[in-house]
Ligand binder design. Structure first.
Ligand SMILES: Cc1cc2nc3c(=O)[nH]c(=O)nc-3n(C[C@H](O)[C@H](O)[C@H](O)COP(=O)(O)O)c2cc1C
Length: 276
């Protein structure tokens, strides 16, 4: 029953708990991971960061095209300029280390030019492949950083100010941020965030959403019992009104109804992507 506790804490859904599976520190760590937004002043050594970057770039890469790039924002002025754009997320400006994981559809096009081949990589396929490569590198960095005691927070909100962020970072056409990553030694404990029940998020042989209503209600109640969303964190009460029970699904529906990232599609279209 090595995993019962970690799986129970993560899902609490009464589903499979890995009976009889040999204990692995890695698996335990993955299932107990948590995003960290507060860091001590200690700055991780450059040599450690070099290893983490090497690990991140060891991720699988679609067709071996290797379309992820990792940009470390070191310069204090650039860092401050990015941080200032997002005052509601102060960790962006102050974490000891800040990376930006880039989908890099440009490099393959440059390779095509170098070798005189007609590569057009501003297609939807090019965008999607570069995004996936960057996301895989990001998650590898996250797990590796956490394995050596660091804490991290991915930062996709930078895409909401894409024009200014791209100017600060000097991003050329066909190169775009998938997410930033704040990184440092954790300050404080944090908590493991309960995930949706696996009877909703896993399928066998055939997609089946028949449990959706029941599973979401169940999840809302259980999550509320562990970490209720305080009244002051409820979104857009003026617009949507107050509700007697404000759970995860009410919160996420309100959040998603206020779509973010309107500047991103026009930015991409004017920077090399046709999405054909
Ligand atoms: C692609 C991606 C982008 C994210 N962007 C932000 C962000 O801009 N700001 C932030 O504070 N957290 C961000 N997060 C962190 C999520 O809010 C967090 O992963 C989620 O609440 C689940 O918490 P957990 O990772 O601790 O389980 C992001 C996570 C991912 C995977």
């Amino acid at each position: 029953m090595a995993y019962a506790e970690a799986i129970g804490r993560r899902f609490g859904d009464g589903g499979p708990a890995g009976e009889g599976v040999a204990d692995s520190e890695f698996l335990q760590r993955v299932m107990s991971r948590k995003t960290v937004r507060r860091y001590s002043d200690a700055v991780p050594a450059d040599s450690l960061l070099d290893v983490l970057v090497a690990a991140a770039l060891s991720s699988s890469a679609k067709s071996d095209f290797q379309q992820a790039s990792i940009l470390r924002v070191d310069d204090a002025d650039r860092r401050a300029a990015i941080g200032k754009l997002f005052p509601s997320m102060p960790w962006i400006g102050v974490s000891p280390v800040f990376y930006v994981f880039l989908g890099d559809a440009r490099r393959l096009q440059r390779v095509g030019e170098l070798r005189g081949k007609p590569v057009r990589n501003g297609t939807l396929e090019g965008f999607f492949n570069a995004s996936v490569d960057a996301a895989l590198a990001l998650q590898t960095m996250i797990l590796c950083a956490e394995s050596v005691g660091l804490g991290v927070c991915p930062i996709s909100v930078i895409r909401n100010e894409i024009d200014r962020v791209a100017a600060i970072l000097g991003l050329p056409d066909l190169v775009f941020p998938v997410a930033g990553l704040c990184l440092g030694y954790p300050q404080g404990e944090g908590h493991v965030s309960l995930r949706l029940p696996r009877r909703l998020t896993t399928h066998r042989d055939r997609y089946d959403e028949s449990v959706l209503t029941e599973a979401i209600d169940d999840y809302d109640r259980r999550r509320d019992a562990i970490h209720a969303i305080p009244k002051e964190q409820q979104r857009a009460n003026a617009e949507f009104g107050e509700v007697p029970f404000y759970g995860w699904s009410e919160d996420k529906a309100r959040q998603a109804a206020k779509a973010e990232g309107a500047a991103f599609p026009p930015y991409l279209r004017s920077h090399g992507f046709s999405f054909d």
